[in-house]
Ligand binder design. Structure first.
Ligand code: APR
Length: 229
């Protein structure tokens, strides 16, 4: 087995093959998981292969997938990336700043037409100079330690996925919303993220989508992996 780039026959179906250009596009250290935890991806067979710094799965059937990737979300070649914005939607630091810088001035111009966004809600724009076709802007809670925080954070992911489905998005990447400037403890946030995304996938079985949890740091990725496994 030579690692990725191999083709694989299995009960008459060709596995979906990860060609090198597909991997190049990702340009991130990417651990991929099939979200079979709730066994909602029926008939999913997977094969784990190791290739240098990447662990990839050769999916042998359709079904939604949940990935963990480490890297810069603005570099991902996906239909949609999610921005951890503030209520003004007029840009900021952190991933918000990175996305606006990478997308260019057109993004801010369109954001100005949206007249802000409430915490836990989500709004969509084009991606402009990004590889992503869309940017979904959502506003995470500023961590306060109140029980409401968890609900608002979960709403960010749920409402972003609802909006993605409305626009036919088939691959979406999330940063670790609220775990930077907004101070949400990473471990608590990671648990909410994994549970919310898996629950959404379970309730939307007919809608096949790839969801990428894009951690900027290794700790965030390890927390996602911990809750996924
Ligand atoms: N790619 C992926 N993740 C990133 C990137 C990037 N290029 N840059 C930062 N991150 C990560 C951070 O490491 C953190 O884990 O995004 C996560 C969210 O951090 P913030 O960007 O600070 O977002 P948040 O905590 O939700 O605070 C939002 O910060 O930038 C302002 O305008 C924004 O007021 C809003 C607030």
């Amino acid at each position: 087995m030579s690692g990725c780039g191999m083709s694989w026959e299995n009960d008459g179906r060709n596995a979906y093959r990860h060609s090198r250009d597909h991997i190049e596009k990702r340009k991130t250290h990417c651990h991929k998981y099939n979200n079979t935890k709730n066994n909602h991806t029926k008939g999913m067979g997977v094969l784990l292969i190791m290739n240098n710094s990447m662990k990839l799965m050769l999916e042998m059937s359709q079904g939604s997938k949940l990935f963990v990737c480490q890297g810069d979300i603005t570099k991902l070649d996906v239909d949609c990336i999610v921005n951890a914005a503030n209520r003004s939607l007029l840009g900021g630091g952190g991933v918000d700043g990175a996305i606006h810088r990478a997308a260019g001035p057109g993004l801010l111009q369109e954001c100005r037409t949206l007249h802000g966004c409430e915490t836990g809600q989500a709004k969509i724009t084009k991606g402009y100079n990004l590889k992503a076709t869309y940017v979904i802007h959502t506003v995470g809670p500023v961590y306060s330690g109140k029980t409401k925080d968890a609900e608002l954070l979960a709403n960010c992911y749920w409402n972003s996925l609802e909006l993605a489905q409305e626009h036919g998005v088939r691959s979406i990447a999330f940063p670790a919303i609220s775990t930077g400037v907004y101070g949400y403890p990473k471990k608590a946030a990671a648990a909410i993220v994994v549970e919310t995304v898996q629950q959404w996938m379970k309730e939307h079985e007919a809608y096949v989508i790839e969801v990428i949890l894009c951690g900027f740091d290794r700790q965030t990725c390890e927390l996602y992996e911990q809750f996924l496994s």
